[in-house]
Design a protein around this ligand. Sequence first.
Ligand SMILES: [Zn+2]
Length: 131
Amino acid sequence: MLRRGLLRRCPVCGEGRIFSSLFRLHRACPKCGWVIEREPGTVTGPMYLVSVLTLPFAALLFAVFWLFTDWSPAVQVAVGIPVLILFCAFALVAAKGAWTAVEYFTDVRSGDAFREGYRGRAFRSPDRRDS
Ligand SMILES: [Zn+2]
């Protein structure tokens, strides 16, 4: 399942593409109908994951610059910042894909995840009022 997510495929069927564009997830798998974005804030987990991965990567990158180049600090920053931005972009796509597999794995028994219009347990429509 995790491999399918990292390859940007549906963790359920393995055939449907989970991204509608480079960074945007489909609402549901185009092949099997599994609801991918089940609740608002689905991207929070991948964002945490990327921030945890980016800090050691940045430390490693600037250590490599410091040890193996004679670049000035200004050049190191001028080269390092775009590299970090690219790293974050690709890591976010991979993390979003992997996170769909984690969400499926942790909610695999819920048949609700296949129902059209399912928005997750925590989501309530703003116009819905409980009496
Ligand atoms: Zn699918």
